[in-house]
Design a protein around this ligand. Structure first.
Ligand code: PSU
Ligand code: MN
Length: 333
């Protein structure tokens, strides 16, 4: 007969691999390793905030990436929610990373494979290390029952996307996976009006936080109006709750403008982006290499100013996202 300690170990393990609040999309849930802290919060209906890992590996240079990842987790905890950074390590999709695992990922940098939805099976099968983008993070979060996810910016329709068909799988994932993504909008390295059109086609609810306009990552405005405005974390929670109760199956994009004091000068960023886009075209950098290239170039060309703005907005999103997750957990009290 099993001893009580081995029984409790067993039930612990089962809990890690069978979170109670998994969605319909839970076929692969048994392959996912959920950290004890995240697993416990999910079983108790506590607030959990998913975080992506491409922003760590490809979005920022070492060691700022590690510092930021740790600070973002601390901000989420400070608001009473549990952070769940998602990545694939040695072929295992992990939800909730230890400090050692975070350090490993930050050190790997671009040696980790940028992993969107299409790449997940390959990274798992080859026992590789994958840094998940918004699409892959949303999918894995949804599989274990996490409904709030914080990032910096999402992918979108690339400029000239009408010819290249380079449309980030983040947008189709938002159309098929019921997770609320908190982001600072979409960078103007992308085609913002077409990105919003595509999200409408995908049936995604796009809400802007305390503004009527969709923000453009480094700047608070884009000239594009959004169909839905939310002014409090509670309002966001009610939106997420309604979306889930209706079983719409689609995601929600909550766009939070960068805080005023960190907003970069629009014209500076714009000229730098034009230059980086031209370089990408000249060097024939396309596909999934384009976003990391443009991010790194814009950072170099602004002398690091874009990186500081990037970090500031991610932290602000973490604050708002954690408040939303807490408000959502109170709705079901
Ligand atoms: N935008 C940023 N920082 C990032 C990304 C986008 O400002 O780190 C990353 C995210 O992980 C996003 C991905 O999901 O790039 C989109 O890549 P692509 O354009 O190849 O779909
Ligand atoms: Mn692409």
């Amino acid at each position: 007969m099993a001893s009580s300690s081995s029984l409790s170990r067993l039930s612990n393990l089962c809990r890690h691999f069978n979170p109670s609040k998994s969605s319909d999309n839970n076929k692969g849930v048994g392959l996912i390793k959920v950290s004890p802290e995240v697993s416990e919060a999910l079983s108790n209906g506590g607030p959990v905030v998913a975080l992506e890992s491409t922003i760590i590996s490809h979005g920022m240079p070492y060691p700022k990436n590690l510092e930021t990842a740790k600070e973002v987790e601390a901000i989420v905890r400070g608001k009473g929610a549990v952070p769940a950074t998602i990545a694939i390590l040695d072929g295992i999709p992990c939800v909730g990373l230890s400090v050692v695992e975070l350090e490993r990922l930050a050190n790997l940098g671009t040696q980790a494979q940028k992993t969107a939805r299409r790449d997940i099976a390959h990274v798992v099968a080859s026992k590789g290390n994958g840094a998940t983008t918004v699409s892959a993070t949303m999918l894995i979060a949804s599989m274990v029952g996490i409904s709030v996810f914080v990032t910096g910016g999402i992918g979108g329709v690339h400029r000239h996307g009408e010819n290249t068909m380079d449309i980030s799988s983040d947008l189709t994932e938002l159309g098929r996976t019921p997770v609320a993504v908190i982001s600072a909008g979409v960078k103007s390295i992308l085609d913002i009006p077409r990105t919003l059109e595509y999200l409408e086609t995908q049936g995604v609810c796009v809400a802007a936080y305390k503004t009527n306009e969709f923000p453009a990552f480094f700047t608070r405005t884009s000239g594009c109006k959004v169909p839905c405005r939310v002014d409090t974390a509670e309002e966001c929670a009610r939106l997420i709750d309604a979306n889930m109760k209706l079983g719409l199956g689609t995601g929600i994009l909550i766009a939070v403008p960068i805080p005023q004091e960190h907003e970069a000068s629009g014209s500076l960023i714009d000229s730098v982006i034009q230059r980086a886009l031209k370089e990408a075209r000249d060097k024939n950098i396309t596909g999934n290499a384009e976003t990391p290239f443009l991010l790194a170039r814009v950072n170099e060309l602004t002398g690091g100013a874009s990186l500081s703005s990037n970090i500031a907005l991610v932290k602000n999103n973490a604050l708002v996202g954690a408040e939303i997750a807490v408000a959502l957990s109170h709705l079901s009290d």
